[in-house]
Design a protein around this ligand. Structure first.
Ligand SMILES: NC(=O)c1ccc[n+]([C@@H]2O[C@H](COP(=O)([O-])OP(=O)(O)OC[C@H]3O[C@@H](n4cnc5c(N)ncnc54)[C@H](O)[C@@H]3O)[C@@H](O)[C@H]2O)c1
Length: 264
């Protein structure tokens, strides 16, 4: 199916690593014009080169801290050089696994800023332009932790549930302007072993996330008996960003997690 994303201007945040990287490369294969917004300029530039090699019409990297509203507004203005922005995928996210009793208020603030404030910043900066052009797609990479509660991810799951509720509201408020908002919920999704991840990635210290023994248990807990790959999430995010393919889908929360969550 032709997703009709060729030549379309898209933004992917967090595209220097893992899931965001796969999403940027998914848009590249469709021939989109891609703006990569990430804190890690070095890795982002490597992803940009790969995106170019794989067919992106144009690619630019804008070093951006998505928790900073002014920086996000500047990045959106730069992205506009590729034409009206058709789609944004918010892939930035961060967590450190621990029981709530072990967390601190500083830790809560960090997670809330990276996972939730970033989405508010992006949406606020992008909506007016999308309303004017009568079209636009938001996809946020949420988490299965938002849907059912996940031990050691209390604050993280709360921020992702906030993102779900926020995006559904934006979908209802702005559907009349041709704007669609959807959420993709990964389960555990490991970076490809041959790919580097940023020092800002939650996988920078992979053993602190999961031991190999825990990963076997996680895989066994899934109906499909396997851990997710970045490409699995990218396939869903790119599909939902396509008006040609998903133009009648909005306000939906899609788990891509081997069947871990099955919401009716
Ligand atoms: N990987 C998983 O198992 C998993 C599971 C459920 C949900 N998710 C969600 O999927 C998304 C992607 O996850 P991932 O594993 O690819 O993440 P990751 O931690 O590997 O990569 C995040 C990227 O965001 C960038 N980043 C971090 N803070 C930033 C900031 N303030 N401004 C700009 N860039 C910043 C990092 O440099 C990195 O390139 C996240 O929203 C995450 O919460 C991931």
């Amino acid at each position: 199916m032709d997703l009709k994303l060729a030549g379309q201007s898209v933004i992917v945040t967090g595209a220097a690593s893992n899931i965001g990287r796969a999403i940027a490369l998914g848009f590249a294969a469709e021939g989109a014009k891609i703006t990569i917004a990430d804190l890690d300029e070095t890795l982002a530039n490597q992803v940009a080169q790969t995106a170019s090699d794989r067919g992106a019409a144009e690619v630019q990297v804008v070093k951006t801290d998505v928790t900073d509203a002014a920086a996000v507004a500047d990045m959106v203005a730069t992205a506009g050089q590729f034409g009206g922005i058709h789609a944004v995928v918010n892939a930035v996210g961060w967590d450190q696994l621990m029981f709530f009793t072990d967390t601190t208020p500083d830790f809560w603030q960090k997670i809330i800023k990276i996972n939730y404030m970033s989405v508010l910043n992006l949406t606020h900066a992008l909506l007016p332009g999308m309303i004017d052009q009568g079209e636009g797609s938001f996809v946020c990479i949420s988490s299965d932790a938002s849907r059912q509660g996940e031990p050691r991810e209390a604050v993280y799951g709360g921020t992702k549930a906030a993102v779900n509720a926020f995006m559904k509201t934006i979908a209802k408020e702005n559907g009349r302007f041709g704007i669609r908002c959807n959420l993709v919920c990964p389960g555990v999704t490991l970076p490809d072993p041959e790919e580097a991840v940023s020092d800002n990635s939650m996988w920078a210290k992979r053993d602190a996330m999961f031991t190999e023994e825990q990963l076997v248990k996680v895989a066994n807990a899934m109906p499909l008996k396997k851990i997710g790959k970045p490409q699995d999430i990218a396939n869903a995010a790119v599909f939902l960003s396509s008006r040609a393919a998903a133009g009648h889908i909005t306000g939906q929360v899609l788990s891509v997690s081997g069947g871990y969550s099955m919401a009716g």
